[in-house]
Design a protein around this ligand. Structure first.
Ligand SMILES: [Ca+2]
Ligand SMILES: [Ca+2]
Ligand SMILES: [Ca+2]
Length: 426
């Protein structure tokens, strides 16, 4: 096991030289004290950081000054289960159009496709190629008991179209600034947490996370857009910085935090890097807790069956990977695909949603398809709270609509939320 991890993920000494700030993720064996790890005591090892997660003893260390010999020694240490290189993850929305002051449901072709509302005369859509939002809203608009973590660049929790659907940690809201009032280990985490900056304010300095949040849970009021869910609690978990980049240790802590909050689903519109056993262990811990992990398939036009994209390709029961289709029902040009590994497609081209400052913007990417699918799955959870992650994934695949365009890219087709709720199988 140890050697396998090293072979797949650990940087060579040459690569470490090229990236001197590269960190390593170390998992200690159960019951081992970090004081007994000889390498942690060496002068060349800096910033030994206990990640304090609930599903194992994980540390990050600075690799600066480490040579291959000392890494090999670390891997041989009987106190260590595995060691791997930290990965860098990014968001990659493809087009950032101008933000607008207001937007409307009529702009949301992914929810109701008229054939004429997908972005302008040059991009005609096909009526009905949408998630059938009006159909599913006759059945449910969600429940406030359903908690969804948006693990991303943060969320503008003050946005007028989101504020009422934000999760509120009441003890912190009514507590003392600078004090961990609910004793969960995180100071002032009122609406979530910021693992990029290690503070209790997950405000979004990028825009991507707020866009994702709006797709899931923007309010069904008279202004702005609508999310797939009108009733939901959104937990803003930030680990991607304002430039849209984040690292393994913060991703792991984000997933751990979401487990501790007790979310039903994590929406993950980010990716990059190589296989990480530590990230897979985190996702497995979420699965063990009955939590769905929805992942964007990636935006590199690639076949995920042939070359794995992470976290989309982790083989854990709770991972539901989403590709993007456009307003004609065809695969978006940018979208990754995979007959076996991309479980469903959802709208992801020219998607209008919320961005910080009470504004709206159109973005494209599997980053957008992911939260739209996550919202539909949130509706399913609202009505069927006892389904297991595997049962949910199987139902998502089985109730997908075959629109005649996506069969070579995914098991069956695209998301139709009404079919998902009604369990209309093919
Ligand atoms: Ca707290
Ligand atoms: Ca506090
Ligand atoms: Ca609205």
């Amino acid at each position: 096991m140890k050697n396998l991890i090293l072979g797949m993920a650990l940087l060579s000494s040459a690569a470490l030289t090229a990236a001197p700030t590269q960190k390593l993720i170390v998992k200690l064996k159960a019951g081992v004290s970090p004081k007994s790890v000889s390498l942690f005591q060496q002068k060349s090892v800096k910033d030994v950081r206990d990640l304090k997660v609930s599903f194992g003893s994980f540390y990050s260390i600075k690799a600066e000054g480490l040579n291959q010999k000392s890494i090999d020694a670390l891997a041989q240490d009987p106190a260590i289960e595995y060691v791997e290189a930290s990965q860098v993850y990014t968001v990659s929305p493809l087009s950032n159009k101008e933000t607008v002051q207001d937007a409307k449901f009529g702009d949301q072709w992914g929810f109701k496709n008229t054939g004429k509302n997908s972005g302008g005369w040059w991009s005609r859509g096909k009526a009905g190629e949408d998630i059938n939002a009006e159909g599913v809203w006759k059945l449910t608009r969600g429940r406030k008991e359903v908690k969804i973590a948006v693990i991303d660049t943060g969320v503008d929790y003050t946005h007028k179209d989101l504020a009422a659907n934000m999760w509120v940690n009441e003890l912190e809201k009514n507590g003392v600034e600078g004090v961990d009032d609910d004793g969960n280990g995180y100071v002032d985490d009122i609406h979530g947490y910021d693992f990029a900056n290690k503070d209790g304010d997950p405000a979004d300095g990028h825009g991507h996370g707020t866009h994702c949040a709006g797709n899931i849970g923007a309010l069904h009021n008279r202004s702005g857009i609508r999310g797939v869910m009108n009733n939901v609690k959104l937990v803003g978990i930030k680990f991607l910085s304002d430039s849209g980049r984040g690292e393994t240790e913060d991703a792991i802590q984000s997933i751990d935090y979401a487990i501790k909050v007790g979310v039903n689903l994590m929406s993950n519109s980010w990716g990059g890097g190589e296989f990480s056993q530590a990230l897979k262990d985190s996702i497995q811990a979420a699965s063990d807790a009955g939590i769905i992990f929805v992942a964007a398939a990636g935006n590199s036009r690639a076949d995920n069956d042939k070359k794995a994209t992470y976290p989309a390709n982790y083989e854990v029961d709770n991972v539901i990977t989403v590709g993007s289709h456009d307003a004609t029902g065809k695969k978006s040009g940018f979208s990754n695909y995979g007959k076996k590994t991309v479980h469903i497609f959802a709208p992801g081209s020219n998607i209008m949603s919320t961005v910080p400052g009470d504004r709206y913007q159109s973005m494209s990417g599997t980053s957008m398809a992911c939260p739209i699918a996550a919202g539909a799955i949130g509706l399913l959870i609202a009505e069927n709270p006892n389904l297991t992650p595997l049962e949910i994934r199987e139902r998502v695949i089985a109730t997908a609509l075959d629109n005649g365009e996506l069969g070579q890219y995914t098991p069956i087709g695209r998301m139709d939320a009404a079919r998902l709720l009604k369990n209309e199988v093919n």
